[in-house]
Write a protein that binds this ligand. Structure first.
Ligand code: NAD
Ligand code: GLY
Length: 390
């Protein structure tokens, strides 16, 4: 791990973020050749959005896609930043939450982009969490056979994960993210100040994806998180450091394996189990994506320990940390009547990572030592899941 420096420092006292002097923005490049783009991270970086966009696409109009909640809180500031650079805007607003990743809302967004006369040389700007990023990104990928997309992520989850890497999708009744396209953004602007209005439960769900980076490939970062989680939650400098570190890790993986033929699958740690739980919960507020990932990661660690891949003490350490920030780590942590193991196996079988009928799993040999395998006996998985649901 390069940054944040793993000082092991004790969590800082809670600070008032708006009074804190803004640190200079951090810029992470996603190295994809002629499709390379910057992720700009920091408090207040939104004010430079217009300037950056005008430099990339002189004369372009911008369609701002957002949800009702984010629009009420932050769209005015986005419009102001774009107007300052002379960029004309149109608004496309959809309902908030996972339910908007569906065909009917996708149709609404595409139609409104066309009605606003957004042309090939214009740009779509996704202002919101992962739902808006995935939905607007997919709409941009298919409208007029492809419009450029800028991501302005407003949740922790979107700032560390979904806004970067070009995966876009909606859900099908048959499973999560099954209809989509790879469509890289031309710019990501992650203003950490926007997280100040995010509900605690949503912030916590996003922290599940932050922890994922340590668990999949950076044990030192996981130790740093154990020491600095309190400051990340309270909004101290550790928050920006953690976001930038996750973006660097993701940028590195995406640059190596954009289309997920290898290493990128590591980013799915906890997702095979997690997506099944999310689908079983009806993609609803009963279980947020990041919460499902948290349960899924705990299951991936417990299942790996059952296979003898790592000692139980490692599993306990992971579960202790996730639980310490209030994330669920077991099905029973969520008050919901889960389907039985056979139904969960059916849901897992719909995973995009199934190849010739074989499930792909991300298992672990320890914290920071994840690997991808197809050599998992479905009977072992069924028995394990049945035990977890009991
Ligand atoms: P989300 O977009 O639904 O946002 C969560 C809630 O927070 C919404 O109600 C939203 O209105 C509200 N909100 C957003 N920003 C806010 C702010 N600044 N202040 C106040 N409220 C705010 O959910 P999410 O957790 O950001 O994203 C989850 C989605 O991301 C899932 O659909 C998941 O599949 C997807 N995802 C995609 C990728 C990818 O690589 N494309 C990676 C991880 C997750
Ligand atoms: N969130 C998984 C990926 O981007 O590959």
């Amino acid at each position: 791990m390069n940054t944040p420096s793993p000082t092991g420092a004790a969590p800082a006292a809670k600070t008032s973020r708006s009074d804190a002097p803004a640190a200079p923005p951090q810029v992470v490049e996603v190295g994809l050749g002629d499709r390379a783009y910057d992720i700009v991270i920091g408090r207040g970086v939104l004010t430079a959005l217009g300037e950056r966009l005008a430099a990339l696409k002189p004369g372009a109009k911008a369609a701002l896609v957002s949800d009702v909640t984010v629009a009420a809180l932050h769209l005015g500031a986005v419009e102001k930043a774009l107007a300052a650079a002379g960029i004309k805007t149109a608004r496309v607003i959809v309902g908030a939450g996972e339910g908007s990743k569906c065909f009917s809302t996708l149709e609404q967004v595409c139609d409104e982009l066309l009605a606003a006369k957004i042309e090939r040389g214009d740009v779509v700007v996704a202002v919101g969490g992962g739902v808006i990023g995935d939905l607007a990104g997919f709409a941009a990928a298919i409208t007029r056979r492809g419009l450029d997309i800028v991501q302005v992520p407003t949740t922790l989850l979107a700032q560390v994960d979904s806004s970067v890497g070009g995966k876009t999708a909606i859900n099908s009744t048959l499973g999560k993210n099954l209809i989509g396209a790879f469509h890289q953004p031309i710019l990501v602007v992650a203003d950490t100040g926007l997280l100040d209005t995010l509900a605690q439960r949503e912030f916590r769900a996003g922290y599940g994806e932050v922890a994922k980076y340590g668990l999949l490939g950076d044990a030192e970062f996981f130790s740093w998180l154990e020491a600095n989680a309190a400051e990340i939650f309270s909004g101290g400098p550790a928050r920006e450091q953690a976001i930038a570190h996750c973006c660097r890790m993701k940028a590195d993986i995406v640059a190596r394996d954009e289309r997920e033929t290898g290493d990128r699958a590591l980013l799915n740690l906890g997702h095979t189990f997690g997506h099944a739980f999310e689908a079983a919960g009806g993609f609803s507020a009963k279980l947020l994506h990041g919460e499902a990932v948290s349960i899924g990661m705990a299951l991936a660690f417990r299942f790996s320990a059952r296979l003898g891949l790592l000692p139980k003490s490692e599993v306990e350490r992971v579960v202790r940390h996730l639980a310490s920030v209030g994330l669920p780590t077991r099905a029973a942590d969520v008050p919901f009547r889960w389907p039985d193991a056979d139904r969960m196996m059916d849901l897992m079988a719909q995973d995009k990572k199934v190849k010739r009928g074989k499930l792909t799993f991300v298992l672990v040999r320890g914290i920071g030592r994840a690997y991808v395998t197809r050599e998992v006996d479905p009977n072992d998985v069924r028995a394990f899941v049945a035990g977890e649901l009991a």
